[in-house]
Design a protein around this ligand. Sequence first.
Ligand SMILES: C[S@@+](CC[C@H](N)C(=O)[O-])C[C@H]1O[C@@H](n2cnc3c(N)ncnc32)[C@H](O)[C@@H]1O
Length: 219
Amino acid sequence: MFKLIENNKNLQEYLLKFGVTEHPIQRELREYTLKNLGNAASMQISPDQACLLQFIIKSSNIQNCLEIGTFTGYSALSMALALPENGTIVTLDIDNKNTDIAKMYWNKLNVGKKIDFILGPALETMEELINLDRVFDLIFIDADKKNYKNYFLKSLELTEKDAIIIVDNTLWKGKVSDNNSNDEKTVEMKNFNNFIKDNRSIEKMILPIADGMTICRKI
Ligand SMILES: C[S@@+](CC[C@H](N)C(=O)[O-])C[C@H]1O[C@@H](n2cnc3c(N)ncnc32)[C@H](O)[C@@H]1O
């Protein structure tokens, strides 16, 4: 076995304290979501994932992002903060019941002007973006798991060489490695990981951060 540190709550707190920078408004949005939406808040990416997205955006000179799955806007806010002044994010969600929360926080930091929210089933919106010849430097997939393969295939049509595609939840509570875990969501994620494993359009790695994140570079 390779070196592997067992994660626990203490270590996670240490990581957040020493390894992550979070803007006070990002934290406020996380806390607001938890207070008002309870368990659903676990849908948000974690602060270390947000930090990683920001790091990639800044170090890869990303200008235009597409996000599949907006929720209360934490990941979009995090990405917008890292983008240059003229950078943009298109973020898609099938549901707009949390969009007011998202917009309230995006506008607190004046990054709202960088973010374009589009309501509707993401596959249909992605098809429309393809027809408009839109191209993105980074696509972040974080919506319904059953469509991950379709989102990924559409993402390949919406990007050029060297673009980054990031997919959340790919270790799915650690259940993807368990042969006895065959519930619907786990199987969807196992299928996606299997599909992407030998895909020749990208190079990739799965990072054991939060619920697992696959980072791909289009080749
Ligand atoms: C995990 S949450 C996104 C969390 C967000 N990225 C964050 O970190 O704050 C997933 C979102 O995907 C949306 N969603 C589910 N199915 C969808 C679909 N078919 N098209 C677009 N959005 C969808 C849900 O409404 C939900 O808001």
